[in-house]
Design a protein around this ligand. Structure first.
Ligand SMILES: Cc1cc2nc3c(=O)[nH]c(=O)nc-3n(C[C@H](O)[C@H](O)[C@H](O)COP(=O)(O)OP(=O)(O)OC[C@H]3O[C@@H](n4cnc5c(N)ncnc54)[C@H](O)[C@@H]3O)c2cc1C
Length: 497
């Protein structure tokens, strides 16, 4: 009889794990609480406009390709990718902006125009970042975070200093122009911590940015979810939506199944791809590994205030991806991490996929996605949301030199309370747990429960960390761990016989 794996949730990590497990011959059933798959990467459609609810930056195309190739297929079999040029635009104060194009050579020209001598330094910085990327991808991120020794390789020993220095320090050693510093510190924000708390080794994100480029799947990131869902179903994975798991049943240290919509369903293995803290809350207290104190002490990645806006005209002076760094970066970072509160003058990000992908808004219109990073756990009220929308739209209008307020057809928002309600997210975090030095690799919550033999976890709170590519990798890692666990237990059964 096939071993039955029940997976809780259908985010990138769960869907990825389901594919690997089905390919390995397991019977796999996914239970997802929401009415569609995708988790934080779901889609909103309204009045002819299409928005990705969460992720929008398609970075590290090699990781996506590797995922599909593990099943003998390719990304092109599921969606159409375009490399964006420009990759993105950054707005600074005093109406200044820098556009990041699609090759390092072009980016060097933009750097040199800001700071003499910076092009040569950038080439060296990105060459070193590429070296780190190669080490990270080949030797580190595909390890399951079981032992500190996973981090010790001949290549990483030579880089040890970079684990104890920070991105912030290293960037400042080479560059003095504040705009260039902000641009080089931006990619590690995806890892959920301040650049001054992120190990310098993570400069590999700068290579992902300037070396590998920013891509766009036609129709949006949700097309990637649909692609993986299609692959999973073709491998035999059963997917149930509107199916919240309310309990992981355990008997004598062994998970026996889950309870979904008041029905008990049996399983040989339970894999939780929902947020870790919530997953553990589904267990009887004695089987939880991490206390409330543990979670409280951790550095969580930010939550966000998000707006999805339909505009009735094409907008001026914008690109597909836009960063609004016209206010104090350090102050906003302090308001997220050190002294959690609603930011005074937040930095924000906006994308308009309809600039390059006409199908995502009606003709002559633009779809706007606005994101303000926030500390998790903040008070969240309609008035606060409305005030912050006014705040950023005023700045947006000034920086892009146009009126947009009178051209809004509709506006939807999503914030802390929605993250909790939609995903059972701890304190409403958006991107899971940050990748600081003390929350890297074996120091992150474990893929395999220490208290329940056949219970596993995956997703952005585990290894390797936040983001879509790491979530795909997390799914692969946990599937491999489940397979080797079952090989071992089958061996010991045979020996017992
Ligand atoms: C606003 C935002 C912007 C982002 N931008 C980017 C970006 O540009 N690029 C990038 O690479 N990454 C980005 N990320 C991060 C990326 O989206 C995540 O790292 C990734 O999608 C997480 O996948 P996951 O599988 O870990 O979890 P999730 O996507 O959260 O999946 C967990 C699933 O479990 C379900 N669930 C929870 N509780 C239960 C239950 N009791 N029963 C059943 N199901 C349950 C949830 O509904 C959810 O579907 C962004 C995230 C957000 C929120």
């Amino acid at each position: 009889m096939q071993t039955h794996v029940i997976i809780i949730g259908s985010g990138f990590s769960s869907l990825a794990a389901s594919c690997y497990l089905a390919q390995a011959g397991y019977k796999v059933t996914i239970y997802e609480k929401n009415d569609t798959v995708g988790g934080r990467a779901r889609q909103l459609t309204k009045d002819g406009f299409t928005f990705d609810i969460g992720p929008s930056w398609y970075w590290m195309p090699d990781v996506f390709e590797k995922f599909f190739q593990d099943f003998g297929v390719s990304t092109v079999d599921y969606y159409t990718l375009t490399k964006l040029n420009p990759a993105y635009k950054i707005f600074f104060e005093n109406n200044e902006s820098i556009t990041i194009e699609d090759t390092l050579e072009k980016i060097c020209i933009a750097f040199e125009a800001e700071e003499k001598g910076s092009a040569a330094k950038l080439k060296e910085f990105i060459a070193a970042a590429k070296h780190n990327y190669d080490i990270a991808i080949k030797e580190l991120v595909y390890r399951p975070g079981v032992s500190p020794l996973e981090l010790v390789t001949p290549a990483t020993i030579k880089k040890i200093g970079q684990f104890f220095s920070t991105i912030s320090k290293e960037v400042r050693k080479e560059f003095t122009n504040p705009k260039l510093i902000q641009i080089l510190e931006f990619p590690v924000l995806f890892l959920g911590a301040k650049p001054s708390d992120t190990p310098a080794f993570y400069s590999f994100m700068n290579y992902a940015d300037f070396g590998l480029g920013t891509w766009h799947p036609k129709g949006g990131m949700y097309q990637v979810i649909l692609g993986i869902e299609k692959l999973a179903r073709s491998l035999g994975v059963e997917i149930h939506t509107n199916a919240p798991v309310s309990e992981i049943s355990v008997s004598k240290g062994i998970a026996t199944g889950v309870v979904v919509n008041a029905t008990a369903i049996t399983a040989d293995v339970v894999l939780c791809g929902a947020d870790y803290h919530h997953g553990e809350s589904l267990l009887p207290a004695a089987y939880r590994q991490y206390s409330e104190q543990y979670w409280k002490r951790k550095t969580f990645a930010p939550s966000s205030l998000l707006f999805y806006v339909g505009f009735d005209k094409k907008l001026q002076n914008i690109e597909h991806h836009n960063l609004f760094f016209d206010t104090d970066f350090d102050l906003h970072a302090r308001e997220i991490y050190d002294d959690p509160k609603w930011p005074e003058e937040p930095l924000f990000y906006a994308n308009f996929t309809s600039v390059t992908d006409a199908g995502t808004a009606p003709e002559g219109c633009e779809n706007g996605f606005f994101l303000i990073p926030l500390a998790p756990g903040l008070e969240d009220t309609p008035t606060l949301r409305a005030n912050y929308f006014k705040k950023i739209i005023r700045r947006f209008e000034a920086l892009t030199d146009q009126n947009v307020s009178d051209h809004i057809i509709f506006k939807e928002s999503f914030c802390v309370t929605d993250f909790i309600k939609a995903y059972n997210s701890y304190k409403g975090n958006a991107y899971g747990m940050a990748n600081t030095l003390l929350q890297t690799a074996f120091l992150r919550p474990k893929l395999k429960s220490k208290k329940v033999t056949n219970l596993f976890f995956t997703g952005q709170l585990t290894v390797p960390g936040p983001g879509v590519p790491p979530s795909l990798i997390s799914g692969k890692l946990v599937a491999g761990m489940i397979e080797s666990h079952y090989k071992k237990s089958n061996m010991s059964n045979l020996q017992a016989v």
